[in-house]
Design a protein around this ligand. Structure first.
Ligand code: OMP
Length: 270
């Protein structure tokens, strides 16, 4: 099964558009885990075991692991999801983008080393930098289009022949880069108007939607504007809002309760 088929299966089975972002910070995880050999993996494992019936995907962000030399915890986390919770796809948030030869190694890293099912990529370098990812037909390639951060407008709102750059990226992604049907777009929940605009431009393409929770995105407007006609088409991510819902020994139970609340709230607006 390719990434979008696996995702569609998880949407249906768990009746959920929620993605839990696995962005563990050694400083913020409960004290009793810090001295373990694989602290980030153990933290993730507890959360995964209690949320796998509530989500359509998991999304670890590479920086949280690589910055402190704990890539092994990332490998273990992805292998654990594949082995113990089959059918839930893993998006590796790595935001890659470089000249073709280097991009080939990045694609090898995310898909062959980490065995991710999808990856986030930066379109700034253009088509040849995306090709090594796009060529992997079974994998999802999630292109930054309208990011969730306050500075998104600095570059993404610049006009190119009278059209804003994020619209140009959305159209190119849909019309030129999606030859293998494996392209998705990142559109932040903090920009619900743009979510609707981009939905109108690209038809049923799936969006990864970060910015809910800690970044203050408007969930109701984001779902209403971003969903496809059948009430899917979105992978709605929350990281800090779920994984740090509780701070003590019962952190995973608190994460489950937060995930359940968010999943139900999303479903109310679908
Ligand atoms: P929380 O704000 O804690 O829910 O985390 C958001 C996650 O989504 C982080 O891992 C970010 O790196 C990621 N993200 C954004 O916040 N904004 C974007 O525009 C794109 C991403 C992403 O590609 O996942």
């Amino acid at each position: 099964m390719n990434f979008l088929e696996t995702l569609t299966g998880a949407w249906r089975r768990n009746n959920s558009l929620l993605c839990v972002g696995l962005d563990p910070d050694l400083e913020k995880i409960p004290d009793h885990l810090r001295s373990l050999k694989s602290p980030l993996f153990e933290f993730n494992r507890a959360i995964i075991d209690l949320t796998s019936d509530l989500v359509c995907a998991y999304k670890p962000q590479t920086a949280f692991y690589a910055a402190i030399g704990l890539e092994r915890d990332l490998e273990q986390t992805i292998a654990y999801i594949h082995d113990q919770h089959r059918g839930i796809p893993v998006i590796l948030d790595a935001k890659r983008g470089d000249i073709g030869s280097t991009a080939g190694l990045y694609a090898q890293e995310v898909f062959d080393r980490y065995k991710a099912d999808a990856v986030t990529v930066n379109p700034y370098l253009g088509r040849d930098a995306l090709d090594p990812f796009l060529d992997r037909r079974d994998k999802g390639v999630i292109i930054l289009c309208r990011t969730s951060n306050p500075g998104a407008s600095d570059i993404q709102d610049l006009e190119v022949k009278g059209e804003k750059l994020y619209r140009v990226v959305a159209r190119k992604a849909a019309q030129e880069w999606n030859r293998n049907g494996n392209v998705l777009l990142v559109v932040g929940a903090t920009y619900p108007r743009e979510l609707g605009e981009i939905r109108a431009l690209v038809g049923n393409m799936t969006f990864l939607v970060p910015g809910i929770g800690a970044q203050g995105g408007d969930l109701e407007k984001a779902v209403i504007n971003g969903k496809t006609q059948d009430g899917t088409g979105m992978i709605i991510n929350s990281s800090r809002g779920i994984i740090y819902a509780g701070g003590g020994k019962d952190f995973a139970r608190a994460a489950r309760e937060a995930a359940l609340r968010l999943k139900d709230e999303i479903n109310r607006y679908r």
